[in-house]
Design a protein around this ligand. Structure first.
Ligand code: GLC
Length: 554
């Protein structure tokens, strides 16, 4: 594979910078237990030694942090609590020295309410040109202009002191910008160039499917999005897709054609990955047509239950649609917005679509089962065609922290839902590096921005390094083996027939096969095959136990 096409097979490590490592915990500026660029630089070798190809760093721009950095004041600078622009440039160079590419996170749907454009718009008043960069409207009667709801709960509209309302699909501190405005388009293009000029290899695009709104802003009515599973003939199915007034509008593709041309004007070309929660695989791959984005997160795989039929369906639909546009699929199990997969797979009952902690809290779980399934899921994920994502901490086998005290919760969801939804903080807890007690080497400050559990001593990088039974050593082993195996990454997949409902078995080329047993009874492995790597021990007579995967040389 040419180095220009690195992204077709890449494993990308997600750095949630606030929780990766605090490098200046006792520094003059920020003794705050918040991760930063210095901390990331100090542990780049951890990422490189895993055997991944790139990192994606969540937003590090100046921000009041109403939504953990997804409320941006200046897209072309760095938040002082995270470091400086020159530190950012040094980080990119140091990553490149280790053969790690760097993707940043661009947030085009909304700015911070403290962005100079929005400050100007509020001051300028109704009818002013400054308001046209956002979506201001008069209300309907005494209420908001329409029935749209914020992703974090409550109405998607907030009233300015002069009576006009502005749209925010997320928090009120995140007003949506108007993508029909040429200045908005030009400014985001400048931001792309700004970072590309500094050697950044690409961008993850935040809520890539929300930029364009239907003219007239009609009510959403009873349209549920993303769609929810309904029972039909004893099976859970999604209702038919219908167009939505603000998600996944066809006109958004024009924006990405422009962005692709910018990325292609660089040498080597820069790349994009779309965060688009589009549950219809065909709608997702529209973003991946040859003149649009390179890849998109595959959330259908993420939300699939740990069952043979559930995962098989997600994989088959993904492959069938991606092949039509010639784009490589990606496989993702966790990120900073969903319950960590170890804790999802730990649930006794596996229900499609359940990724919010709120929907899992009252279901019994067993973390040992979740750990075993996560190990098996890793070999499946890395064995599938295309690229994959690793969310920091999953390589340590971190569970979701489900019992954070409510007074430390910071996700806007908690307040916006009237304290009924805990939100996403449980997957964002700072990761443990060393030592036997919090802060586990994360910071030299007295406290971390979210508290860490007291029982993570066995889950630190230090404790797991060199322990052949640890999650960390499984990740290292699997990632290095994947890199050395020419059949893995981009390319075709061939299912093996008659593997059984709870078993996924497939070949990649002639020299590699993967078998995953999601049932409870052991299954025999194909005769004559050599085991390259197993997620857990085989039975005494060489069969594959339940919740175990194996990589084979047939
Ligand atoms: C994306 C981000 C999420 C953020 C939201 C609003 O979904 O991943 O963390 O809250 O966009 O920017």
């Amino acid at each position: 594979m040419s180095s220009e096409n690195w992204w077709r097979s890449a494993v990308i490590y997600q750095v949630y910078i606030r929780s990766f490592r605090d490098g200046d915990g006792d520094g003059p500026c920020c003794g705050d237990g918040l991760g930063d660029i210095a901390g990331l630089r100090s542990r780049l070798d951890h990422i490189a030694s895993l055997g991944v190809d790139a990192l994606w760093i969540n937003p590090w721009y100046p921000s009041p942090m109403a939504d953990a950095g997804y409320d941006v004041i200046d897209y072309r600078d760095v938040e002082p609590r995270f470091g400086t622009l020159s530190q950012a440039e040094e980080l990119v160079a140091e990553a490149h020295e280790r053969n790690l590419r760097v993707l940043l996170d661009i947030v085009p749907n909304h700015t911070s309410d403290q962005h100079p454009w929005f400050v100007e718009a509020l001051a300028a008043g109704p009818g002013s040109p400054a308001r046209e960069r956002y979506i201001f409207r008069p209300g309907r009667g005494d209420g908001p202009p329409n029935d749209w709801v914020s992703n974090f709960g409550g109405p998607a509209w907030t009233q300015a002191p002069d009576g006009e309302w502005f749209l925010h699909l997320f928090a009120p501190e995140q007003p949506d910008v108007n993508w029909e405005h040429p200045e908005v388009r030009a400014d985001f293009a400048d931001t792309l160039r700004f970072w590309f000029d500094r050697g950044v290899d690409g961008f993850r695009i935040d809520v890539a499917h929300s930029l364009i709104k239907e003219p007239g802003l009609p009510d959403v009515g009873d349209l549920v999005y993303p769609r929810e599973y309904v029972e039909q003939d004893g099976e859970l199915v999604l209702p038919p897709w219908r167009p939505h007034p603000h998600w996944d509008r066809d006109e958004v593709h024009e924006v990405y054609r422009e962005w692709r041309a910018i990325a292609d004007s660089y040498s080597p070309p820069r790349v994009f990955v779309a965060e688009a929660w589009v549950d219809e695989p065909e709608r997702l791959t529209h973003y991946l047509r040859p003149d649009e984005l390179h890849t998109a997160f595959n959330f259908n795989y993420l939300v699939a239950p740990w069952t043979g039929p559930g995962l098989r369906k997600a994989i088959d639909e993904t492959l069938a649609e991606h092949v039509k546009v010639g784009a490589p699929p990606t496989w993702v199990l966790s990120n900073h917005d969903v319950t960590r997969h170890l804790s999802r797979y730990a649930r006794a009952e596996q229900i499609p679509g359940r990724h919010r902690l709120q929907d899992l809290l009252d279901m019994p779980y067993d973390l040992a089962v979740g750990t075993r399934r996560s190990r098996a899921a890793l070999l499946l994920t890395l064995g599938l065609p295309g690229g994959a994502y690793v969310y920091q901490g999953e390589e340590l086998g971190l569970p979701e922290v489900e019992d954070l005290p409510t007074d430390v919760l910071q996700d806007p969801t908690w307040e916006r839902s009237g304290h009924t939804e805990r939100g996403r903080d449980g997957c964002r807890v700072p990761i443990p590096w060393s030592g036997a007690a919090p802060p586990y080497g994360f910071t030299t400050a007295a406290e971390t921005w979210l508290p860490q559990p007291n029982d993570w001593a066995a889950l630190t990088v230090e404790a797991e390094s060199g322990d052949p039974s640890s999650m960390l050593e499984l990740y290292r082993h699997a990632l290095h083996l994947r890199r050395a195996t020419k059949e893995l990454g981009d390319g075709p997949l061939r299912w093996r027939a008659d593997a059984g409902e709870d078993v996924l078995a497939f070949d990649r080329g002639e020299g590699f096969a993967c078998v995953v047993n999601m049932g409870s009874a052991p299954v025999a492995l194909p005769a004559g095959a050599t085991v390259l790597l197993a997620s857990d021990a085989l039975t005494d007579d060489g069969a594959l136990p339940g919740d175990t995967s194996v990589w084979l040389k047939p």
